[in-house]
Design a protein around this ligand. Structure first.
Ligand code: SF4
Ligand code: FES
Length: 626
């Protein structure tokens, strides 16, 4: 079936936006990526950017060029939220609607955009000029409300700034001109800093203080891969993305695999709401990151690497490409790095396309392979069989940066910082109800209370440690330590004052997981919907004591039967608030009397069945006689 159009000369075209797209243009895009099916995400991103949608006929052309079936291409195109099968506007405005932005006034900002553009959220204008939509966290949580406008970022929006941005766009100004009239003349680094404040509030000794250029790499080039791995092991470095696996062991496992190729992948897909530390490292320490990846490559014998950048950070693409190019020119990437014969390594940038699940290691690898970002079944682990089936080291941005510093300053230096089991420093990204949101680099071991004093959040009533998949704690737990063994976090610290509604936060977080579940396994896909509905029941005052047991049982089932970390942690907002804020739940519960539920609502209970049976009730339907 050809869903495209035949032109007068018989050339098949795909319809995207308002104009048909000639097949040869799609073929040229595929050729640009070597007609390689593993570059499917790049191909589809390019099609989306140019034609504002991926039309059915386009998918046929892409499938033919890459040797895939149409359904395989559609599987990728329909998976990522930044790809669209229906035409998007020439300017797409994506407003972050995370709970932090909601508490910062995103609704008022959204109303202004709706009013000025004559659109509702989720709509595209008839003339194809604008699309307006909500999106989960875009990593600007310390400067909410925030929005992406095509590839640029607007922060600290107010109804007034939103109105002037919308009016300027309507008057024909480009999104880039909203940032600066001289945008084209700015360097990639200047552009990034014009858009987003890095808000470094406390620079620590390891990452954000003074860092000598490539000193770690110079050291790594003079020692053996085994010595590099030993140094990382002795330092006690653990993965900084949240899971905390020992980095040296990971590298040793990958290095010990006999294979034709090894790969190193940097996970720069920090999608956990409230996390924005990697964004700051990517902007402030891009050379240190690439240095760390290059050291890892020498350690495990990799010649190829991938830097997977979340789609929301597309505004950093030019900056990172420039850094990669500069390092190639300086002999720090490419063949015989630093003149060491056979030390060959290069990196390609892979842009994501709006999928939280791709922060999960297996899903990230799937995405790099040009597949939908679905997690992989373990074992085998990526260090044994990862990208394209080869041993692969996947580490977080912060972890690679730490590794480079350890090679320079020595394992003992790093190991002496922090505390037993949690060595070195950690970047905390702090947002929410505090005076000084931003980035704090601190040695492991500070208590939550100490951190709150630093950030001006002393009146906090609740702190979400580690984002929605982490733990929400109350005041009586503020003495706890921010370490792997007490309160582990990939970096997100979200502060809530006493005026915030805990159940509203929990409901939002459950809606987030419902939205982000990849849908592969039923407990995660369906169970989270039920959890969200159950929380709504509490918020409406319709819950009974038995509903507490229901929340716990259902959460347990989801955790036990889910395939990946998303499902295994998605009930955490419910479970941690049940444990740490029991009064929030008990205050809205209606007790059952003599086995009768006061809150039982017969109408809602049978509503679905009545609709299916197309029956109306003499008692309940007011319009029965009509
Ligand atoms: S647990 Fe959820 S996100 Fe993970 S594989 Fe299953 S459905 Fe997908
Ligand atoms: S950008 Fe809105 S919460 Fe992160």
């Amino acid at each position: 079936m050809d869903n495209g159009h035949k032109t007068g000369n018989g050339v098949s075209t795909a319809i995207c936006g308002t104009a048909p797209v000639p097949a040869e243009e799609i073929e040229a895009i595929c050729a640009q990526f070597g007609n390689d099916k593993h570059r499917m995400l790049d191909i589809l991103r390019e099609v989306q950017d140019r034609y504002r949608c991926i039309a059915p006929a386009t998918m046929d052309h892409v499938a033919a060029a890459t040797g895939l079936t149409r359904i395989e291409v559609e599987g990728v195109a329909s998976f990522y939220s930044f790809l669209s099968l229906a035409p998007k506007g020439r300017v797409t405005i994506r407003l972050c609607d995370d709970i932090v932005d909601r508490f910062s006034g995103v609704s008022e900002v959204a109303c202004v955009f709706e009013e000025e553009l004559g659109l509702k959220i989720g709509e595209t204008s008839n003339d194809g000029a604008f699309s307006l939509e909500y999106t989960p966290c875009i990593g600007m949580c310390d400067q909410a409300p925030a929005a992406m406008v095509n590839d640029i970022v607007l922060t600290k929006l107010t109804p007034e700034t939103a109105r002037s941005a919308a009016q300027a766009l309507k008057a024909g100004r480009s999104p880039e001109q909203l940032i600066s009239e001289r945008f084209e003349a700015l360097t990639p680094s200047e552009r990034a800093l014009h858009m987003v404040d890095n808000n470094i509030r406390h620079a620590g000794e390891v990452l954000l203080g003074p860092v000598p250029e490539d000193a770690g790499l110079a050291k790594a080039a003079t020692i053996t891969p085994t010595q590099i791995i030993s140094a990382i092991e002795e330092s006690g470095l653990r993965g900084c993305g949240g899971a905390g696996f020992t980095t040296g062991r990971k590298w040793r496992f990958a290095a010990s695999e006999r294979a034709e190729k090894h790969f190193v992948i940097c996970n720069a897909d920090e999608g956990e709401p409230g996390t924005f530390k990697d964004r700051v490292l990517l902007t402030e320490r891009p050379h240190l990151l690439i240095e760390g990846m290059t050291i890892a490559a020498r350690a495990v014998g990799a010649r190829e690497g991938i830097l997977y950048l979340r789609g929301e950070y597309v505004y950093l693409r030019e900056l990172l490409l420039q850094v990669l190019e500069e390092r190639r020119r300086r002999g720090l990437l490419g063949k015989d790095i630093l003149g060491v014969k056979g030390f060959d390594f290069d990196i390609r940038l892979q842009l994501g396309a709006g999928a939280y699940i791709c922060g999960e290691e297996g899903a990230l690898i799937s995405s790099c392979e040009g597949l939908p970002g679905e997690p992989k079944t373990r074992p085998p682990f990526p260090v044994n069989r990862g990208y394209l089936g080869y041993p692969t080291v996947v580490n977080n941005v912060e972890t690679f940066c730490h590794a480079a510093r350890i090679l320079d300053k020595g394992a003992a230096w790093f190991n002496a910082m922090g505390m037993e089991g949690s060595h070195g420093t950690k970047l905390f990204s702090v947002c929410g109800d505090c005076l000084n949101p931003g980035i704090y680099e601190l040695p492991y071991g500070h208590t939550v209370r100490e951190l709150l004093a630093m950030v001006g959040g002393e009146d906090a009533a609740a702190v979400q440690v580690g984002g929605p998949s982490g733990t929400m704690i109350a005041r009586d737990s503020f003495h706890r330590k921010l370490t792997f063994d007490d309160l582990a976090t990939g970096g997100a610290i979200i502060v809530f004052n006493g005026e915030r509604n805990v159940l509203e936060i929990v409901e939002y977080y459950m809606s987030f997981f419902v939205h982000e579940s990849c849908g592969y396994c039923t407990p995660c896909r369906v169970g989270n919907v039920f959890l969200q509905k159950a929380i709504q029941k509490f918020r409406k005052g319709l819950a009974n004591p038995e509903d507490i047991d229901y929340l716990k049982d259902l959460s347990g089932t989801i955790i036990e039967t889910s395939r990946c970390g998303l499902g295994m942690t998605s009930p955490n907002p419910v479970l941690t608030t049940l444990k740490n804020f029991p009064l929030v739940y008990s205050a809205v519960i209606k007790p059952s009397k003599d086995g009768i539920r006061d809150t039982f609502d017969i109408q809602s209970a049978i509503d679905g069945a009545r609709k299916i049976a197309k029956r109306r009730s003499y008692i309940f339907d007011k319009d029965f006689t009509q």
